[in-house]
Design a binder for this molecule. Sequence first.
Ligand code: ADP
Ligand code: ASP
Ligand code: MG
Length: 446
Amino acid sequence: MKILKFGGTSVGSVENLHKVKDILTSDSEQKIVVCSAMSGVTNHLVKLVDSVRFADTESITRNIHALEQKHHDVIDALLTDPELKNTLKDGVSAITTNLFDISTQPYSEELYAKIVTSGETLLTYIFSGFLNAIGVTNVLLDAKEFMHVGNTDTPNITAVGERLQRILSEHSATNIFITQGFVCLDTLGNISTLKRGGSDYAATIIGAAIGASEVQIWTDIDGLHNNDPRHVDETHPIAHLTYNEAAELAYFGAKILHPQTVSPVVGKDIPVLLKNTFEPSAPGTVISDRTHEKGLKAISAKDAITAIKIKSNRMLMAHGYLRSIFEIFDTYQTSIDMITTSEIAISLTIDDTSNLDKIVEEIGQYAEITVEQEHSIICIVGESIINDKASYKLFEVLNHIPVRMISYGGSNNNISILVPTKDKIATLQFLNDQLFKSQKDTVQVS
Ligand code: ADP
Ligand code: ASP
Ligand code: MG
């Protein structure tokens, strides 16, 4: 059994849905197909949530009608049989009518999740109906029946597996299952989300839960590139990455993967393939536990980073001092990404600023604290990168980069530098030119 996940662009138009159909029918292996909402739909639903919060009934009505019309238009373009079209349109209208009904409820986190995940419900309903209509027999599974993950940071893979296996065993003759990404149930049994972009994570949770042979993530680019193709010229896809490398790149901003995508399959020997829906024959990227090549592989960047400098005249390194600082971050459940220390100061970064005021107030009682926002972590990744010649080359070029902090040697696979976000794109391009352009002649792997 394979898992195939298709992202928003892949399912974002009638033409593209036909391409997905071709991929699904290109072999006869049993598969679970995890779909996102059509591109743009989740953002549209996030706006609907805003209208619900402000009880803006006119905007709610306009928003839901537009959503219904968009999906009715897709049905019109996908199918020819008028009766079947009407049946599917009625199904779509039932989903949007339900959205109207719940839009009158008071705001809650569960209401947010119910609304923003309905794009996946709409798309999978239509796509499954379309495939069945053209003879590609499939069963539509409601992810809410089995994605009982509990804590989304440490998903209960066993619970998901037990529920899903039970459901699958009721359909032993079925080859293609269609289901929704993004949605899940939390520890309280409430409907929740795997956070924006979370369909990738849904696919690997499902893959791990049923012991899939592989998880394929189909998107609009030919694999994970060595640098962010949205900002940098001359990037190239990487054929192989280890789980470690992919996890670091995803956590530090490579948008192609949700930050937690890799964790469910680590140690389970389930490769994750990144493939291009618009160029299915391109090799893409294979993520597994095999190291094909050591050394520099790729660079990514994570934005919205806050740098905090804590300066104390009291002996900073005195026994217990660092612990007392970390305890404050721990109390406010704020994790630290980068950290550097000197004799009298410690600099660290966080990305979640929801409790920053309280943290500053507490630390401010016994140290001088300065906060700088709008920074980006640039993460340079590769197995054993710190033994790679290219990493020494980094120090030669650092002079040209407005470095605020640097972290080297924390892991063998990652060198991180902190720069002001306004300098991020120039830094990414500069590093690309300096580290990758003549890499073949200069890099020697120990
Ligand atoms: P999907 O909707 O299929 O989940 P995403 O938009 O989430 O797709 O991810 C694919 C996009 O990620 C690409 O179109 C590309 O612009 C962007 N991206 C950012 N960094 C990278 C990278 N290092 N390699 C490949 N794509 C990247
Ligand atoms: N549709 C959701 C989003 O846009 C989940 C996903 O696409 O992965 O965030
Ligand atoms: Mg995505």
